[in-house]
Design a protein around this ligand. Structure first.
Ligand code: NAD
Length: 496
């Protein structure tokens, strides 16, 4: 009998009464790590009403006190970084180094949440009209909800609940059913850090649980990260139910390679950013756009890419891990097969195997050249260790091609020319832009953004801007009278 993963409701880890359980598998071995419950309706109700009750006292807790909890939390996360990374690697498959990075990027957000007080300041203007002053507060919203994907089981939950809670809200987290164990550990440590136990509740499950949560009248704001179809659905359904929604979705990220770029650095960066984490990063580079003579580097790129091999999380030899599930592997291999009819396949990773791990979801590095923009491999987010090469003559053509792509999550240019870099960053229609940086993920004192189909909502957030998402602005316009003053003559504000 495998372990039954618990829900975290009302400050307690509890065994779900559901009859529906989802097996959580180690993607390198298919070993059942645990079974995750699909929470029942009454368990969801209990979590939301507990979070609602907690909100009434938590919103009155002074921000510096909230910050102190986050300070202790980031310290505890640092002490437990390796242990969390181990849980994460086993259920997600990513290498230990990569998993530690996943936790670390989350810790950086908690550090930001620990500095919340200056970010919660409102605005003030004295004398907006004669003897009238105006100012605004940022006030917390209530119970917020986070729905997270499988690919960053620590970082993405930590993008959300620490900021929301530091802003005075309470939070329901619905992690990916494919790797939900990391979230339970994050919740456990949060309480150990001194957080009142019912500020954060963890509900496990899939679509049915998400549907109940996003329509619930007591949920005030929804943060979602995941694929485009689900992101669109969450945005539409959440806003239809009159909630504030931010929805980060899929990607197809291009790197432009100019002939004047540093060749070795470009090739290293292309390999690392396309096959690292088995290509399962939302900021992975999946298309290389070679401008002019830089296309001559494709042969060298191929040689470098062939040297990187997948393997288990705890081997230092592993360049990256397995893909998340056998279904994901099948889907990726199906796309590779289609690609063979659409472009030139320079490296085929579809038959990859790893000694000692016959059951693993392995896909090897895969490289296509002569890719056309109307092909299925170009139009689809493959989310595997697959890199497509396209050749163009000019930077203008490269920019036009990227701007026509329906996604707009991340992009980068490798060049030695300040002029090309400036033109690229000015004209490109993508959220995160790297110049000689392949995966330009911003630190949390910046905002994480996304254009076109990569983001829905009007508040680009996870970092500093998350404060504006998880709070409501209240503007006060103020005027005072002497006790003996006749009030009748001042019934309207005269902006003289
Ligand atoms: P997914 O959309 O399948 O799942 C995300 C979450 O939504 C999970 O918690 C899942 O349980 C839930 N869900 C799935 N189907 C649902 C449905 N029909 N109705 C309601 N809820 C549903 O995404 P994934 O496969 O876990 O993650 C990979 C995707 O996430 C990729 O497309 C990747 O680009 C994207 N991603 C984007 C960003 C970003 O910042 N833009 C970051 C990380 C990942």
């Amino acid at each position: 009998m495998s372990e039954k993963l618990e829900l975290f409701i009302d400050g307690k880890f509890i065994q779900s009464k559901t009859e529906n359980w989802i097996e959580v598998l180690n993607p390198a071995t298919q070993e059942v790590l645990c079974e995750a419950p699909c929470a029942t309706e009454s368990e969801i109700e209990n979590a939301i009403s507990s979070a609602q009750a907690a909100f009434l006292t938590w919103r009155e807790t002074p921000p510096p006190e909230r910050s102190r909890i986050m300070m202790r939390y980031q310290e505890l996360l640092k002490q437990n970084q390796d242990k969390i990374a181990e849980i994460l690697s086993k259920e997600n498959g990513k290498t230990f180094e990569d998993a530690k990075g996943d936790v670390w990027r989350g810790i950086e957000v908690v550090e930001q949440a620990a500095n919340i007080t200056p970010l919660l300041m409102g605005e003030t203007v004295e004398n907006v009209a004669r003897e009238i002053d105006s100012y605004s507060y940022l006030q917390s919203l209530g119970v917020c909800l986070g729905i997270t994907p499988f690919n960053f089981p620590a970082m993405i939950p930590l993008w959300m609940f620490p900021m929301a809670i530091a802003c005075g809200n309470t939070f329901i987290l619905k992690p990916s059913e494919q790797d939900p164990m990391t979230s339970n550990r994050l919740a456990e440590l949060f309480v150990e850090a001194g957080a009142p136990p019912n500020l954060l509740q963890v509900i496990h499950g899939a679509k049915e649980q998400v549907d109940k949560l996003i329509k619930h009248p007591d949920i005030k704001a929804i943060s979602f990260v995941g694929s485009v179809p689900v992101g669109q659905y969450i945005y539409k359904t959440g806003t239809e139910n009159l909630k504030r929604v931010q929805s980060f979705a899929g990607a197809k990220n291009h790197m432009v390679v100019m002939p004047d770029a540093n060749k070795n650095k470009t090739i290293d960066s292309l390999v690392g950013s396309s096959v690292g984490a088995a290509g399962q990063r939302c900021m992975a580079i999946s298309v290389a756009v070679f401008v002019g003579s830089s296309k001559e580097w494709i042969e060298e790129l191929k040689k470098e890419m062939e040297l990187v091999m997948p393997g288990p999380w705890d081997s230092e030899e592993s360049g990256f891990g397995p893909v998340i599930s056998s279904q994901a592997k099948e889907r990726i291999i199906g796309l590779i097969e289609k690609g063979k009819n659409e472009a030139h396949c320079l490296i085929d990773g579809s038959q990859c195997s790893v000694e000692g791990y016959p059951e693993g979801n392995w896909v090897g590095p895969t490289l296509f050249s002569k890719v056309k923009t109307d092909s299925e491999i170009y139009r689809t987010e493959i989310f595997g260790p697959v890199l497509l090469c396209i050749e163009v003559d000019t930077l203008d053509e490269a920019i036009e091609l990227i701007n026509k792509n329906p996604y707009g999550n991340g992009t980068s240019i490798f060049t030695a020319s300040g002029r090309s870099a400036r033109k690229f960053r000015h004209e490109i229609e993508v959220g995160q832009v790297g110049i000689n940086v392949p995966i330009p993920v911003p630190l949390p004192f910046f905002s994480f953004t996304g254009w076109k189909q990569s983001f829905y909502g009007d508040l680009h957030a996870y970092g500093k801007q998350a404060v504006r998402f998880y709070t409501e602005t209240k503007t006060i316009t103020e005027r005072w009278f002497d006790e003996d003053e006749e009030s009748s003559k001042n019934l309207t504000i005269n902006l003289e």
